[in-house]
Write a protein of this length. Structure first.
Length: 162
């Protein structure tokens, strides 16, 4: 029986590369000179810091541009509130969403049951959803439908088997 898995992953190597590129551009751009702006990346958190909220927004835009160029979906970013840091500076923490939560898997299963062709079944397996069906074309229709639907996080489709 044909199957495929629905997962949500973030390529950490690409995120690291994008952060490094943003840091390099930050060091050379004239509009960031003497603003004490910085980007720190640890595991699934990116911390941005700058003198003013305007510079912080420009820093977020710079990071987003680099992530998009590296093909990291912006849906994987969860922006925290802008906080006040020392000396009147502003700080913002961005968390990377990786993996499907129980709520997300439930929403995907519900969507597949409601919108999928007849004979398609889905089941949750840890932090992924396995979809099975009798026809390969039906599974491809489910993938196309899921790509159009917005679940608020990036979805990848893996292990397509006949």
């Amino acid at each position: 029986m044909p199957t495929f898995d629905i997962v949500s992953k973030v390529d950490q190597a690409e995120v690291s590369n994008a952060v490094d590129q943003a840091r390099r551009e930050l060091a050379t751009r004239f509009d960031f000179k003497n603003t004490d702006s910085s980007i720190d990346h640890k595991d699934l958190e990116i911390t941005l810091q700058s003198e003013t909220e305007d510079r912080l927004r420009a820093l977020v835009q710079l990071l987003e541009e680099k992530l998009v160029k590296r093909k990291v979906s912006l849906k994987a970013l969860e922006f925290g509130k802008v906080q006040e840091a020392s000396k009147g500076a502003s700080r913002q923490v961005i968390t990377l969403k990786a993996g499907l939560s129980a709520d997300n898997t439930r929403a995907i299963n519900k969507w597949v049951k409601e919108h999928g062709p007849k004979g398609i079944q889905s089941s949750t397996q840890g932090d992924q959803v396995r979809v099975t069906g009798k026809k390969r074309d039906d599974l491809q229709a489910v993938i196309a439908g899921l790509k159009e639907e917005d679940f608020g996080l990036p979805l990848q489709f893996e292990n397509f088997r006949d």
